[in-house]
Design a protein. Structure first.
Length: 172
């Protein structure tokens, strides 16, 4: 089963909606905080995600830049314009899956509640996600039930089969 990647941004989504004469459905935004100063950031670490499709993803935290750099099969991952793929918030979003046909395609069960890990400022934290219907975005909450506060900047969501959660490694 080959892996696929999907890239987008708020600008591209809004451009698409405008070009097709559609309006945004009023997604609620996430909540943000100020990034931690250098002295309060976590140590550099590696987040490794092995995918069944055969490719290996690693994210390396750059403490000075306060961002995570993506590697694909051991090489720095670049986008179509040759820019290095980085993010300020990395979400490891665990979903239940179900095989739907003989080609082993998966249905992702992305409504309801579940677990995730969010890395920002050099620290990774277990969180809970919630999504009631397909017209809303996933919401993330701390174990205490508070809305998770993201850093401003890019956010990357890695969708990971819940059954593969134990294969994800976070190392210093």
């Amino acid at each position: 089963m080959a892996g696929s990647l999907i890239y987008t941004s708020s600008k591209l989504i809004n451009d698409f909606l405008k070009s097709t004469n559609q309006e945004a459905d009023g997604y609620l935004g996430w909540n943000f905080k100020s990034p931690e100063p250098l002295k309060k950031r976590g140590e550099e670490k590696t987040i490794s995600i092995p995918f069944d499709s055969g490719y290996q993803v690693k994210w390396l935290y750059d403490r000075d830049e306060n961002e995570y750099v993506r590697y694909l099969d051991g090489e720095i991952h670049t986008d179509a314009e040759g820019e290095v793929v980085t993010t300020h918030n990395l979400i490891l979003h665990y979903l239940k899956t179900k095989t739907i046909d003989e080609k082993l395609r998966l249905e992702l069960v992305n409504r309801g509640v579940g677990n995730a890990m969010i890395c920002r400022d050099g620290e990774c934290q277990e969180v809970n996600w919630q999504k009631e219907n397909p017209k809303e975005r996933s919401r993330y909450y701390t174990p205490e039930g508070e809305k998770f506060l993201f850093n401003p900047g890019t956010t990357w969501i890695e969708i990971i089969e819940k059954s593969k959660k134990e294969k994800v490694k976070i190392e210093r």
